[in-house]
Design a protein around this ligand. Structure first.
Ligand code: A2P
Length: 257
């Protein structure tokens, strides 16, 4: 198929019984901007079964990485969760999406707000040196129901803090704030509530959010997007789009039903 590349699975990691990530080869001609998504999938009875996935790997990495939920009856994820090293997947050739730095005006701090697998586009963005060149602080907030669901993000941040090229930026600029809603943890509560109460900012030692100064990227469930979008619009933030940079951008996280 001319609009799809075939890639080989290089490794698979299961983080919980509902979350896994995998890496594949990357066609040398495949280019994407940090934060974009692409159609990926497998062939079933000779036909491609595809879903939109954010690319979690860095745009300079020679591998591609994806972070996925497993849904037992999901047409694609019920199969993808059994991927093994050496298997093939197909990857579309036209990455796209709104969670890209080009869609944001310059500013002081950038907030990357994710729930669940909404973390994936930010995994790519926080590995991009450009984000540290453009912003003073990069605040990665990840909300999950349970502590175990944070593990992919925790490993990612740990890896960055030890990265040969990015450790200095990560040390100085990256603030990671995991939060859990349904179990005890050091940070608790929904992202929306932590922002509304101001606890997020006081815990991190930051000024409260301001449309004049700060930029926001959001990726999560439709309800989470709606609530956060309403909150930002009420604070006079303008939404950015391709060709029209703004003060925040949003995208739905992939969850197969
Ligand atoms: P909660 O446990 O209070 O529902 P989900 O798996 O349902 O997508 O949820 C992932 C995380 O996002 C959970 O911590 C959940 O909190 C939180 N969440 C769900 N809906 C919203 C929302 N509208 N705004 C902010 N956070 C939300």
């Amino acid at each position: 198929m001319s609009n799809l590349n075939t890639e080989k699975v290089l490794n698979v990691r299961h983080w919980t019984d509902r979350l896994f990530s995998f890496q594949t080869t990357r066609d040398p001609g495949f280019r994407f901007r940090s934060g974009e998504f692409v159609m990926i999938g497998i062939e079933v009875n000779g036909k491609p079964l595809l879903r939109a996935y954010s690319v979690a790997s860095a745009n300079y990495d020679d591998k591609l990485e994806f972070f996925s939920i497993k849904v037992q009856n999901g047409p694609l994820t019920s199969r993808l969760q059994h991927l093994a090293v050496g298997d093939s997947i197909v990857v579309g050739r036209k990455p796209t999406g709104t969670l890209v730095l080009d869609n944001l005006e310059n500013g002081r701090n950038i907030y990357l707000l994710a729930t669940g697998t909404g973390l994936a586009p930010f995994a790519s963005l926080i590995r991009d040196p450009e984000i540290y060149n453009r912003f003073d602080k990069v605040v990665l907030v990840h909300g999950c129901r349970e502590v175990a669901e944070l593990s992919y993000g925790e490993a990612l941040v740990e890896q960055l803090r030890n990265d040969e090229f990015l450790s200095e930026d990560a040390e100085k600029k990256l603030l990671y704030y995991p939060t859990v809603t349904r179990e005890p943890f050091r940070n608790r509560g929904r992202i929306t509530d932590l922002m509304q109460s101001g606890k997020l900012y006081s815990d991190l030692g930051l000024e409260p959010l301001s449309a004049a100064e700060d930029r926001v990227m959001i990726c999560g469930s439709p309800e989470m997007l709606k609530d956060l979008k309403d909150m930002l619009l009420a604070q006079d933030f303008s939404e950015g789009n391709t060709g029209e940079p703004g003060q925040f951008v949003i995208e739905k996280a992939f969850v197969e039903k």
